[in-house]
Design a protein around this ligand. Structure first.
Ligand SMILES: Cc1cc2nc3c(=O)[nH]c(=O)nc-3n(C[C@H](O)[C@H](O)[C@H](O)COP(=O)(O)O)c2cc1C
Length: 352
């Protein structure tokens, strides 16, 4: 099957079917301490966030989703226009389709056209570099959309449950090292729904990556997506809930590395975003919640991002946080399985 039709399958399935994991992202285990005396004026709350040397208007990121199919054009255009309007970062979906066939470049380039000032993140799969991609392909992906950074995505789970999956992940760490030193833009290493443990986070940081996108369990499950594509196989269903919940993975990474972290995977409200920032994330990514709005219209994307932003602001108000820096220091209690995980793994949270 071509990369083009596979990418479209993913969008079609995500729009029609239940594709979220049965396991939650675990952000419900992070209880922010309510402040009945916030001692701030709600109107003074600011969402500005710093990321890799850039000032963004808010820590919300439109996570990588699409490109490489004619139907992706409108989705990317609506998302990009919203990113420009809000001054937030946006990732494109894997650019492999356009690396393989230049005629699909327009479905990605639209992001830079509609978002000339936004922080735009290119995207390629790490596994492709074990099959012959070199720095040249990574540079092409960056140049295609004049990207400010590139995300190298790790998706061993998705590849393992696919019929046509690429299973040679033996060179990913070397690829991170090479791209980190050869590219002129920062490299973000990103999981796609199964999370990143402390041990890998430390290897990724040591290899020179500039940031990590957790891509944890609790939201879109690519094993679930693949289970709808591979109807005669139970394997994808069996691995539907495989991975490290996003909040747990975030704490694993925050307690072990110093590079900035993006929390993506099952964030479904501005409260989740606030919990993620208080527990160590610099930015918070949303994919599936923005997909349906993006298929409908630019206006619907704006409504959804406004809703998440307002929820984030209210959570900041109720924790007495005037800005994102203060939110990073907001008090919280870790409960449930996440608290137990922290103890078992002897992790110590670093607070700023
Ligand atoms: C339709 C769809 C396509 C995606 N394609 C990509 C991709 O090409 N590259 C990538 O790094 N992540 C991809 N993702 C993963 C998201 O960026 C994100 O990590 C994941 O969906 C978890 O976030 P969510 O629970 O908010 O959807 C895709 C997600 C969706 C929903």
């Amino acid at each position: 099957m071509s990369t083009e039709s596979r990418k479209f399958d993913h969008i079609r399935i995500c729009l029609k079917e239940k594709v979220e994991s049965g396991v939650k992202s675990s952000f419900e285990d992070i209880k922010l301490v309510h402040r009945c005396l916030p001692q701030i004026d709600f109107r003074d709350i600011e969402l500005e966030a710093d990321f890799l040397g850039r000032k963004l208007s808010s820590p919300i990121v439109i996570a990588a989703m699409t490109g490489g199919h004619e139907k992706a054009l409108k989705i990317n255009a609506n998302l990009a226009e919203a990113a420009e309007n809000f001054g937030i970062a946006i990732g494109v979906g894997s650019q492999r389709a356009a690396i393989e066939d230049k005629s699909f470049e327009y479905t990605y380039k639209v992001v830079r056209e509609k978002a000339p000032n936004a922080f735009v993140i290119a995207n390629l799969g790490a596994v492709q570099f074990c099959r012959g991609y070199t720095v040249k392909e990574a540079k092409r992906a960056v140049d295609m959309i004049e990207a400010d950074a590139i995300a190298l995505h790790l998706n061993p789970l998705q590849e393992a449950v696919q019929k046509e999956g690429d299973l040679n992940f033996s060179c990913c760490l070397e690829t991170i090292e090479e791209l980190s030193s050869e590219l002129s833009v920062p490299l973000i290493v990103k999981e796609t729904g199964a999370g990143i443990a402390m041990e890998e986070a430390m290897l990724i940081e040591k290899a020179g990556a500039s940031a990590i996108d957790i891509g944890g369990l609790g939201g879109t499950s690519f094993a679930a997506v693949e289970s709808y594509r591979v109807k005669d196989s139970n394997i994808a269903k069996t691995f539907w809930d495989w991975g490290i919940p996003t909040a747990v993975s975030l704490i694993e990474c925050a307690s072990s590395v110093s590079i900035p972290l993006i929390a993506t995977g099952g964030l479904r409200s501005g409260i989740d975003a606030a919990r993620a920032i208080a527990s160590g994330a610099s930015l918070t990514g949303f994919a599936l919640p923005l997909l349906k709005p993006a298929v409908r219209s630019y206006k619907d994307v704006v409504i959804k991002i406004e809703e998440i932003s307002n929820e984030l602001k209210i959570a900041m108000f109720l924790t007495g946080s005037r800005n994102i820096y203060e939110l990073k220091t907001a008090g919280f209690v870790l409960t449930g399985a996440t608290g137990e995980w922290l103890n078992e793994r002897k992790l110590k949270l670093k607070k700023v």
